[in-house]
Design a binder for this molecule. Structure first.
Ligand code: PMV
Length: 359
């Protein structure tokens, strides 16, 4: 599909008001997206696990207005919030061509996260996907007649324009975004991974260790930009393609040892790109490294398949198969929690994607 296919053409402009509500999860990339072209087009394909417990719940109320500006109020966790408004304004500007009724209504956006705001967990993926889904439900309220496939694709397309990785939060359990050798994948939206997945990956566990709950020193917007002219950029983009092909084979075979190698290498490569950009920066903290070393030791000594991945921050996502749930959780409590801020970690599991909440 092309971008033009997502332009809403006809809608019932006599609808005065209404409200919609969605909850949408976060996701954790196994093959990382880092570097983009114009219009949020990724430089390389990525694949992620959709999560279950870390999610954003958003209610969008719309009321017809006369003025032709963008008009919205934002409530975060029950309180009016000005800080997030510029991001929403930019989002509206980017998607206006595809969602032409945005200036016809005043919007009240009421949003909250299931995870603490200052946890260092990026809420942009769950937040932007929840908002995109609400807008899609309004399109339906205004008379659009969509198949669930088109609905999800356009929701993902819109979410991508809010925050790239948000396009992988609509469906579960594995989502691919970005052109690659699979005919179905697209740079414009994420799709549910349609390859074979071994039962070893059923209910895969993700425990998020909150090493640093503060604001990141370098935003991912800046990080992506630093891939322009980066000395290793082209090799990195080629490697992501290779790693995705390898990972697809591993997902089918259930070879957990190979899974661990690809996933950890991707996480370290992401951070290596940050450390070798100009200006260079480091988002890992000493405790991030303490945790990684402990995980390697535990894996070695216990014949375990536990591994780590990182997003653009200091927190560590500990990934492990369901049959190791008890032993790895014990290990986390005993040996890793001390490296977390206030001993705080969040247990999560791979999930099936966003859900409409009944009005
Ligand atoms: O969606 P953004 O622009 O915040 O980028 C996120 C990039 C990583 O989380 C570091 C990797 C990924 O693929 O999610």
């Amino acid at each position: 599909m092309k971008a033009e296919d997502f332009i809403l053409k006809n809608y019932n402009s006599s609808v005065e008001s209404g409200s919609v509500k969605w909850e949408s999860p976060s996701n954790i990339a196994l093959i990382k997206y880092w570097g983009k072209k114009e219009n949020q087009i990724p430089e390389n394909p990525s694949i992620s696990f959709t999560l279950s417990n870390c999610k954003t719940i958003t209610k969008l109320t719309y009321t017809k207005k006369e003025t032709k500006d963008f008009s919205f109020d934002l409530y975060f966790e029950g309180k009016q919030n000005e800080a997030f408004k510029p991001k929403i304004q930019t989002f509206f500007e980017r998607i206006e061509t595809y969602v032409p009724f945005l200036r016809d209504y005043h919007f009240k956006i009421e949003t909250s996260n299931t995870f603490p705001h200052s946890s260092g967990i990026a809420s942009s993926a769950s937040g932007m996907s929840a908002l995109a889904l609400c807008l899609m439900s309004i399109e339906v309220d205004l008379g659009a007649d969509y198949t669930s496939e088109y609905f999800n694709k356009k929701a993902s397309f819109l979410a991508r324009l809010g925050s790239g990785s948000a396009c992988r939060s609509i469906e579960g359990e594995l989502v691919v975004w970005g052109q690659n050798e699979s005919a179905e994948s697209s740079d414009l939206y994420g799709i549910k991974f349609d390859g074979e997945v071994h039962s070893n990956f059923n209910n895969y566990q993700d425990t998020i260790l909150l090493v640093d709950k503060g604001e990141k020193q370098v935003s991912s917007t800046v990080g992506h930009k630093l891939m322009y002219g980066h000395p290793f950029a082209q090799q990195r983009f080629a490697q992501a393609h290779e790693n995705l092909a390898k990972l697809k084979a591993v997902l089918a075979s259930g070879d957990l040892q190979s899974f661990v190698k690809i996933v950890e290498s991707e996480a370290l490569t992401l951070h290596a790109m940050m450390m070798t950009s100009m200006p260079y920066f480091i988002l890992m903290k000493p405790n991030t490294l303490e945790i990684i070393n402990k995980i390697w030791k535990h894996r070695e000594e216990n014949n375990s398949n536990v591994c780590f991945t990182l997003d653009a921050g200091a927190n560590v996502h500990v990934l492990y198969p369901e049959n190791e749930k008890e032993s790895v959780l014990n290990f986390i409590k005993k040996e890793l929690a001390v490296f977390c801020q206030n001993g705080h970690f969040i247990t999560d599991v791979v999930g099936k994607g966003a859900q409409l909440i009944k009005k």
